[in-house]
Design a protein around this ligand. Structure first.
Ligand SMILES: Cc1cc2nc3c(=O)[nH]c(=O)nc-3n(C[C@H](O)[C@H](O)[C@H](O)COP(=O)(O)OP(=O)(O)OC[C@H]3O[C@@H](n4cnc5c(N)ncnc54)[C@H](O)[C@@H]3O)c2cc1C
Length: 401
């Protein structure tokens, strides 16, 4: 037994955790709430780390979800620099690596994801930046002086975003990607090649169908050797090759896990008083009809709301269909549903590869929609996906503008 007893304990002071505590407090004004975070920063938004912070559109101070005053005013205890390492399900307690126990009545696990590491010689060098946290931004921002050189590894979202941001800040960038073009998992071929052209046209070198096999640190810089025989010398190496759900401790303690913590429609794990939300949660998507784990801002935000409310007794089903967004230079988009380049696609351009809508189809039904440089139309896209039914190209032409 400990004196550290709270009605609600939230592990993971990121977007989902921060949103959950706000929503618990709205429904349950007097009870004790503890938000525990491994980082030294108050919860903040991550999307600006690879985009707006580099464009000088926002500052580090602007990306906080709430200031300390908010937590003080709402009597929410926030313990930063605290990593949870164990879970005692029968004893209803979590334990930090400093061996402090925290007892809960209801627990939310919102620990997000950690970058996948390169399993190659030099993959663990301390100077190699696996890009995820505010501290990674601070470190990279300091290193990214004008005319420095960077090797950016990974063709998903983070790699192309960071490559663009470094380039815009005067860094000479080489992007190493496994596929033939960036964002290959979501972009159809023609759009992907047009995006590649945009990058190379601006002066970013892209090594396609390639990947690093070793990274070496010399006195002066890094040398990245690739499978296809390149030896890239650079001041900076940044890696964005995907993320893994960050919850080894809870997984070991017996919560059901399969590519994330398995939750039901109320975001409860296999133990009803323990909830999970955000990047960590593998949930049943009601609209799409299958389970998935989503690694995007909007999902973490809305799951945080639902988990917080449900912990405080609301009993709401998570029926929301989250969207996601990204910016690759001026190729900005919002997308929703099954945005998978392996599906059949129909493109409805107002300006080819610049402005328009990409529909992702399965059995002549719209499963996903990406709106390129068309904003505030996510609800219209959701509606088309939800409606289901067979469609024709004629139905889609001009459907979203
Ligand atoms: C650079 C970057 C850019 C992004 N850009 C976009 C974008 O443009 N569009 C988009 O839709 N999404 C984007 N995302 C994804 C989006 O930010 C995430 O989906 C979202 O942050 C997930 O929120 P979360 O609360 O689940 O996890 P996180 O935000 O990762 O928060 C989890 C927190 O839990 C902490 N934690 C982990 N384990 C423990 C532990 N054992 N004890 C205590 N604390 C722990 C972590 O340190 C972290 O602070 C981006 C992500 C990154 C990294």
């Amino acid at each position: 037994m400990t004196d550290n007893k709270y009605k609600y304990v939230i592990v993971g002071a990121g977007l989902a955790g921060a949103t959950a505590v706000e929503n618990i407090r709205k429904l349950d004004p007097d009870v004790s709430i503890l938000l525990i975070g491994r980082e030294k920063h108050l919860p903040y938004h991550r999307p600006p780390l690879s985009k707006k912070l580099w464009a000088g559109k926002v500052t580090v101070g602007d990306i906080k979800i709430q200031a300390q005053d908010f937590y003080d005013a709402n009597n929410i205890i926030v313990e930063l620099n605290t990593e949870i390492a164990a879970l005692d399900i029968p004893g209803k307690a979590v334990t930090s690596i400093a061996n402090v126990d925290y007892e809960y009545e209801k627990l939310l696990i919102a620990t997000g994801a950690v970058p996948r590491k390169l399993e190659i010689p030099g993959g663990n060098l301390s100077g190699v930046v696996y890009y995820r946290d505010l501290d990674d931004f601070i470190r990279l921002r300091q290193a990214a002086v004008v005319n420095s050189t960077a090797v950016v590894i990974g063709g998903g979202y983070i790699g192309p975003e960071i490559a663009a941001s470094l380039h815009e800040n005067g860094v000479d960038v080489t992007l190493v990607i496994r596929g033939k073009y960036p964002a290959k998992k979501i972009l159809p071929k023609t759009v992907g090649f047009a995006l590649s052209y945009k990058y190379t046209n601006r002066g970013i070198k892209i090594l396609t169908d390639d990947e690093p096999v070793s990274i070496e640190k010399t006195d002066e810089n890094y040398i990245t050797a690739t499978k296809n025989g390149a030896h890239l010398t650079s001041d900076i190496v940044v890696v964005g090759v995907g993320v893994l759900p960050d919850v080894p401790w809870a997984q070991k303690m017996g919560l059901e896990f399969d590519n994330g913590l398995l939750v039901n429609e109320f975001l409860q794990t296999s133990v009803p008083d323990i909830y999970a939300a955000g990047d960590i949660a593998n949930y049943p998507d009601k609209t799409l009809g299958f389970r998935r784990r989503v690694e995007h801002w909007d999902n973490a935000f809305h799951q945080g709301i639902t988990a917080g409310k449900n912990m405080a007794g609301a009993n709401e089903s998570y029926d929301y269909l989250p969207y996601f967004f990204s910016d690759f230079f001026d190729f900005g988009f919002e997308a929703v549903g099954e945005v998978d380049s392996r599906l059949e696609t129909y493109t409805d351009w107002q300006e080819e590869n610049v402005k328009g809508v990409i529909y992702y189809l399965k059995n002549n039904q719209v499963r996903g929609v990406m709106m390129v440089n068309i904003w505030s139309q996510v609800d219209a896209a959701r509606e088309i996906i939800r409606k289901g039914g067979k469609i024709t190209v004629g139905d889609l032409r001009g459907a979203i503008k």
